[in-house]
Design a protein around this ligand. Structure first.
Ligand code: AMP
Length: 288
């Protein structure tokens, strides 16, 4: 595995491309866990070369958010990448990405990024979309891999790629979970032992709602109440939002017709976590 700066990365990838090799790209913020590794392995299975970026992007953090305390472990990440078969690791400094401390150009994904995470974290998706377009231009991958764990981010990136005709495919990968259901996340490192136990209530609530949806319950309010009731029983957890939305547009749904995401954000003590389940009834209906 080679740890490369932007210029060397371009040269290596240019050389690979000229030899007809395909490039798979996994953008991350580091503190790598099994969720990231599942994306990396999938990229390895589907491409000749795998590029991983590690960049905690200041542009997507609000002034009161956890930029300073976001977990960082380049040495540990580097050996995980090596073990997972990554070819090129790109871990730029803030100065390398934003030489003047910031950049003026912004990519605004519009309505899909304005609700839920976009509402509670103003500027978040503009920061995400901008850095992703910059990274896509640096890496020029054939495919980029994103997790369903961040369902709205996935929808935003797909929209940007489609609207701007970016020449790559976005591959969505299922959420990797701990044995008790908690979605793997770098921010889980902030949880105390008691918080960690409490955090399982989030996926418990989502799974209960998913079960009811698959059993025929289509009413979004009832499904949201299922989640809120279960998470509400955990005193360490506080829901910020729970919504049923269309997986592509992120428009709120009152009623599930075919596909929907049930998404939540919740604080467990001080740590803000997000999770979701994707409900897909198209398959069931197709087989009836
Ligand atoms: P992050 O480092 O949190 O920005 O995440 C980098 C990529 O890994 C994003 O595409 C995330 O959606 C994905 N990811 C994070 N957690 C998980 C997970 N538990 N399962 C699958 N993908 C994940």
């Amino acid at each position: 595995m080679k740890l490369l700066d932007a210029k060397a990365l371009r040269l290596e990838i240019g050389d690979d491309r000229s030899r007809g090799l395909t490039i798979g790209f996994v953008p991350t913020m580091g503190a790598l866990h099994d969720g990231h590794l599942s994306l990396i392995r999938r990229a390895g299975a589907e491409n000749d070369r795998v590029v991983v970026s590690i960049f905690v992007n200041p542009l997507q953090f609000g002034p009161t958010e956890d930029l300073a305390t976001y977990p960082r472990d380049l040495a540990g990440d580097s050996s995980k990448c090596e073990g997972a078969g990554v070819d090129y690791l790109f871990a730029p400094s803030v100065e390398e990405m934003y030489p003047k401390g910031a950049i003026d150009t912004r990519i605004d994904p519009g309505p899909v990024g304005a609700v839920l995470e976009g509402e509670f974290r103003p500027g978040f998706f503009v920061g995400v979309a901008t850095v992703c377009v910059k990274l896509f231009n640096l890496v020029a991958p054939d495919r980029a891999y994103f997790g369903q764990k961040d369902a709205q981010q996935l929808a935003v990136i797909k929209k940007v790629v489609s609207d701007l005709d970016l020449p790559l495919e976005i591959v969505e990968c299922p959420t990797v979970r701990e044995p008790d259901g908690l979605a793997a996340s770098s921010r889980n490192k902030h949880l105390s032992a008691q918080d960690r136990e409490a955090a399982a209530a989030l996926s418990r609530g989502l799974f209960a709602a998913e079960k009811q949806a698959l059993a025929g319950e289509r009413d979004a309010t009832l499904l949201k109440n299922v989640v809120a009731d279960i998470v509400g029983r955990e005193p360490r957890a506080r829901i910020q939002y729970v919504e049923v939305i269309d997986p592509v547009s992120f428009v709120t749904l009152d009623w599930i017709e075919d596909r929907a995401v049930i998404a939540l954000a919740a604080f467990v003590s001080e740590t803000r976590l997000i999770d979701n389940v994707l409900i897909d009834l198209t398959h069931e209906e197709g087989t009836r």
